[in-house]
Write a protein that binds this ligand. Structure first.
Ligand code: TPP
Ligand code: MG
Length: 285
């Protein structure tokens, strides 16, 4: 899908033009993420050492660029099972990232669940809220974090929250859930600093997007939603997938990768709200 020119953020506002973007680190993280996927798909799944594999191939590049932009100590991130590249960008080590799907006892999920349900205490950087495998469960906790940012900043007058945002990642099909709509209503009505980052690979397991969302494009349907800035772009294009997460403003962007398949360049749409606002080698459960 071609990038919608009208929706491309100002490139000067993007990581592509940001001199702080460490492209060696981007490349290293991207190769690491793909190596993890490769090892799981070609060795560990056939050996039945990994029972659920969630390839982030095609989702990885844009997630890494997003993760590297999240630097605020009070940012809160809510992830889903395909968010491992973002977790790597936030500093999770390769061993830790690999341990979950192997159900190792020291892993994030303690050997339980599907293995890719991450969390990450802040320790001076963004906090990743505890994830679960329930599709759509990630949205409302992020809205709660955004509301807490608002309270700390405006009610308690804590200036250290002035540039903080809540970020939530989800797939295209997750936008059909109660959680997505609840969070969207809360964030736009209260004009919270929240980024909905929607990764549109065109499918929810085997169900095509056109059967989940009218016309198959949630961003197109949300254009009339008040308090929402919508950005769309190609997940393989750094100029459009790295718009600033809008620290310091009351803008709530979301971005949506478009159909991704193995061997094909990933696509991403970027969608945002204002002011307050692959292939899978086995199926998630
Ligand atoms: C509440 C709930 N319903 C159904 C499922 C089963 N399920 C797992 S993944 C998935 C599809 C999600 O697709 P999408 O949000 O597009 O994310 P993608 O896997 O494509 O990145 C479904 C329905 C689930 N895990 N949780
Ligand atoms: Mg999907």
């Amino acid at each position: 899908m071609p990038v919608r020119a009208a929706a491309i953020p100002n490139p000067s506002d993007s990581a592509a033009e940001d001199p702080r973007t460490d492209w060696r680190r981007v490349a290293s993280l991207l190769h690491s993420s793909r190596a993890l996927d490769d090892i799981e798909e070609t060795r560990l799944v056939p050996e039945r050492k990994v029972l659920y594999q969630f390839s982030a191939r095609g989702h990885d590049f844009a997630q890494i660029l997003l993760g590297l932009q999240l630097r605020d100590a009070h940012d809160g991130v809510s992830v889903y099972y395909r968010s491992r590249p973002l977790m790597l960008a936030l500093g999770v080590g390769l061993e830790e990232a690999a341990a979950g799907p192997l159900a190792r006892s020291g892993a994030f999920s303690g050997g339980r669940d599907i293995g890719v349900v991450f969390n990450l205490p802040g320790h001076g950087g963004p906090t990743v809220l505890p994830a679960c495998g329930g599709v759509g469960a990630q949205y409302t906790p992020a809205a709660g974090w955004a509301q807490a940012i608002r309270y700390r900043h405006e009610t308690l007058g804590d200036e250290s929250y002035s540039r903080s945002i809540a970020v939530v990642l989800g797939g295209d099909a997750s936008t059909a859930t109660n959680g997505f709509w609840s969070a969207l209503n809360i964030a736009t009505t209260l004009r919270l600093p929240m980024l909905f980052y929607i990764e549109d690979n065109g499918f929810g397991i085997s169900v095509p997007a056109r059967l989940q969302t009218p016309g198959g494009n949630i961003a197109a349907n949300l254009r009339a939603f008040a308090g929402l800035v919508i950005l769309e772009g190609d997940g393989g294009d750094p100029r459009c997938c790295c718009a600033s997460p809008c620290h310091g403003s009351r803008v709530t962007p979301a971005r949506i990768p478009r159909p991704t398949s193995r061997g094909r360049r990933s696509r991403q749409s970027v969608r945002a709200t204002r002011s307050p606002g692959s292939r899978r080698s086995s199926s998630p459960r």
